[in-house]
Design a protein around this ligand. Structure first.
Ligand code: MG
Length: 341
């Protein structure tokens, strides 16, 4: 009988009514129980949930953040999200370019950072961080993303703290795997001014809440495309606010995903930063007709347009479609859908 929890995520969704936000919440519960045993259910449902908010907003001629009922949106300071260069001088050049493009906040992550061992590894990491600071200038916010490189090794992460403190880094992101709550809490106790950030690896709102409540975070970063969509992300944002932890979007690809990631905290004045992809792939750039460009003041605004306010470019996406059909015993379970404008 437990196979009642092994249904395709679409089964409880297709054919249902969508009259208001309460229906999206109802379908989330239905998917949660019908697909409980499927590890990928939260990811699959996230895409559907975001599309339902967009659909509802377009039907009601209202932006999604209006439907969430949290007041007028606040502009955000975008941080340019980049990878560390191969060598410190490459990192410096990237930081210089980002500052030259007018960004007042930037994040560097992944690449070689944290991979080296011993004194040499520590020195190379410190050189990368200082190169980023030199390239950005003294006033811009500098964020560092370790991409979970230390697993749960608190000492390895703590050894990098002096260089991060010296460079005036605002946050150290994902030093550990996102379930390593003890390691997060232990490292947080060893930080002076640097705060910890994490949350992109949270696949449910409870995982994100645990990071907020038990991980000693200064910033929780939520990806609407992973956590179950806009509704759960908004719930995490409200929880973080009550706990004095700042909420930040996590996003790295299209401006459609960027808009979805901004809606859950659109009205929160304390959460000043937003992640802003600057190294978009050709596909990510081509995917939308609308872009969320920075204003003259350098800030990013959530679209004041129905739904997510961003339209996909179906003609540009068509060349990327791959025809897939899954047929079992004569019954077609899946076929690549038509892209209908
Ligand atoms: Mg990250």
């Amino acid at each position: 009988m437990s196979h009642s929890a092994c249904h395709n995520v679409l089964d409880p969704v297709v054919g249902e009514r969508l009259d208001g936000p309460q229906d999206i919440a109802r379908l989330a519960v239905a998917v949660g129980s019908a697909s409980l045993d499927l590890l990928q259910a939260d990811h699959a449902w996230s895409g559907i949930e975001i599309a339902l908010w967009d659909l509802l907003g377009r039907a009601r001629d209202a932006p999604v953040h209006d439907l969430l009922g949290e007041g007028p949106p606040v502009p955000r300071t975008p941080y340019a999200s980049s990878l560390f260069g191969d060598e410190p001088h490459d990192t410096w050049a990237k930081a210089r370019a980002v500052a030259g493009a007018g960004y007042r906040a930037a994040k560097f992550g992944w690449g070689p950072y944290g991979l080296g061992t011993g004194e040499r590894g520590l020195a190379t990491d410190a050189d990368h961080v200082m190169a980023a600071r030199d390239g950005l200038g003294p006033d811009a916010a500098l964020l560092v993303d370790a991409g979970t490189v230390w697993g749960s090794d608190v000492d390895a992460a703590a050894a990098r703290l002096p260089a991060l403190e010296d460079a005036g880094v605002t946050w150290l992101e994902e030093p550990f795997a996102s379930g390593a709550l003890d390691a997060y809490a232990a490292l947080a106790r060893r930080c002076a001014r640097v705060r910890l950030a994490a949350g992109e690896g949270a696949h449910t709102p409870w995982q994100a809440r645990h990071l907020v409540d038990h991980g000693g975070l200064g910033f929780v970063q939520v990806d609407t495309g992973r956590i179950g969509g806009i509704g759960p992300a908004a719930a995490v944002a409200r929880h973080a606010r009550r706990r004095g932890v700042r909420f930040v979007n996590h996003t790295f690809t299209t401006h459609l995903a960027l808009s979805a990631s901004l809606q859950p905290y659109a009205a929160s004045p304390e959460d000043t930063l937003c992640e802003y992809p600057v190294e978009q792939s050709e596909l990510a750039r081509a995917a939308t007709l609308t872009r969320l460009d920075r204003g003259r003041d350098g800030l990013v605004r959530v679209p004041d347009a129905p739904g997510l306010g961003v339209s996909p470019d179906l003609a540009a996406l068509r060349p990327y479609l791959v025809d897939v059909e899954i047929t079992v015993a004569g019954r077609t379970l899946y076929r690549t859908p038509e892209l209908v404008p």
